[in-house]
Structures are given as structure tokens and as C-alpha cells.
Design a protein. Structure first.
Length: 215
């Protein structure tokens, strides 16, 4: 057992981002093709769409969800909803592969009790971006967030507890997983405008899965 732990930590390149936040380089690499296949199946039921911010702007990132709850934004605000407002149906279930990956990454980063009930799926095309924000629509801030990057690389902006804290810029690639919790749970973060490119599995897109315990 001790040897196994050593073996794991030997091979897992973990970069601390802040107290409570870590980047697990390549943690999802071997699963990338299967994860992207599952995203296609989910999107066949709950299509990607460009949501509207409460301020009336169309988001450049296309989104869908799986899980008991899905993150949605419209003129009424941001919230988690059990139903897809586009179809009126429940979101597809979180695939077993997603759950195994998310709970494994959380445990590796020091959060062994993570039980996600929501998975937001973000799709970026070149030029799409996510401005600095905090994730604060969840009920329990003691639960971390696990964020899986697939496809084209991106620049992750990682700031502090205040919007005006100047963010660090971290390049993230296919298979990288960020885990975010504890004292870093409410850090401001975002994604810089995606550079053009082509990925052998995801084409001209970056796909991001963020797992949360919403309720
Ligand atoms: C993205 N991610 O990577 C957007 N939020 O496409 C996020 O907004 C995010 O990566 C909370 C924790 C980790 C994240
Ligand atoms: Fe976020």
C-alpha cells in the first residue's frame, strides 16, 4: 500500500496553484477520447447552447450539463436547475467514468469526500473566453470543484479573493485537472480568449468539465 502511494505520487505531476488549489498535470489524459465520446452523447440529449448573462450578454462559451442539477444563466440570474430550460427535461446522468475521474482527482488533491451532483460542460471555440468570476452558486463551500481540460490548450487566469488581485496566467492542456477548494474556493478565475488550433480528438474546440456539489 505504501509502495502504491509512492508509485502514484511519483508519476502524478501536481502543481500547487494556491493554498487549497492544485493542478494535476495529465490526470485525465488516458481517458480523453472516452470522455469526449461521452460529451457527444450528452450533447445529443442536452445540446450545447450560448446562455445569456443576467446583464443581457450572450456568453461566448457554449454550455450544457449532466447530473442531478445543471448550472444555468438567463435574465433572472445564475442558478442550478434540475431541468434543462431548452428541453424541459432532466439533464442526462453523470457517466460513471466522469464520477470515477472527478472523485479520484479530488482525493489526489486532498479532498477524499467529494460527491459531485452537477457537471457543467463548457465548449470554447477560438476567441471564446470566460471573464474573471467566482464560483459561488453552490450551497456548500467546503466541497471543492474539479475541473477537467480537454482538447485545445488554454490560458487559465487565477487571481485572488478580490477581483482587483492581478491574476496569474497558467497554460493548461488536454488531460490537465484542476482541483479547487478550501481557502482557494472563492478565488477569482477565468479563461483568456482561446487561441486557434486543431486537436486530434476535439477538433477546433476546448472542452472543460467542471464538477461541483451544488445542493
Ligand atoms: C474553464 N473553469 O476552465 C472554466 N471554475 O473552462 C472554471 O470556471 C472553473 O476551472 C472553478 C474551478 C475551476 C475552474
Ligand atoms: Fe469557474
Amino acid at each position: 500500500m505504501a509502495n502504491y502511494e509512492l508509485w502514484r505520487s511519483d508519476r502524478q505531476l501536481t502543481e500547487p496553484l494556491a493554498d487549497g488549489a492544485a493542478l494535476l498535470r495529465g490526470f485525465a489524459s488516458k481517458d480523453a477520447a472516452n470522455l469526449l465520446d461521452a460529451v457527444r452523447e450528452i450533447a445529443a440529449i442536452a445540446p450545447f447552447r450560448h446562455m445569456t448573462t443576467p446583464g443581457g450578454y450572450r456568453m461566448s462559451v457554449a454550455m450544457t450539463n449532466c447530473g442531478e442539477r445543471g448550472w444555468v444563466s438567463d435574465a433572472n440570474g445564475y442558478r442550478y436547475d434540475a431541468f434543462d430550460p431548452e428541453t424541459g427535461r432532466r439533464w442526462p446522468a453523470i457517466p460513471e467514468l466522469f464520477l470515477t475521474l472527478a472523485t479520484g482527482a479530488a482525493a489526489e488533491a486532498g479532498f477524499p469526500n467529494f460527491r459531485p451532483d452537477a457537471c457543467l460542460i463548457n465548449r470554447y471555440e477560438p476567441g471564446a473566453r470566460l471573464t474573471l468570476h467566482q464560483d459561488r452558486n453552490e450551497r456548500d463551500f467546503t466541497q471543492p470543484i474539479v475541473s477537467v481540460s480537454l482538447g485545445l490548450p488554454a490560458v487559465f487566469l487565477f487571481g485572488g479573493a478580490r477581483r482587483k488581485d492581478r491574476p496569474r496566467r497558467i497554460r493548461i492542456e488536454n488531460g490537465d485537472v484542476a482541483v479547487w477548494g478550501g481557502p482557494a474556493r472563492l478565488a477569482f478565475h477565468g479563461i483568456a480568449p482561446l487561441a486557434a488550433g486543431s486537436d486530434s480528438l476535439a477538433g477546433e474546440h476546448r472542452i472543460n468539465l467542471t464538477f461541483r456539489k451544488a445542493c
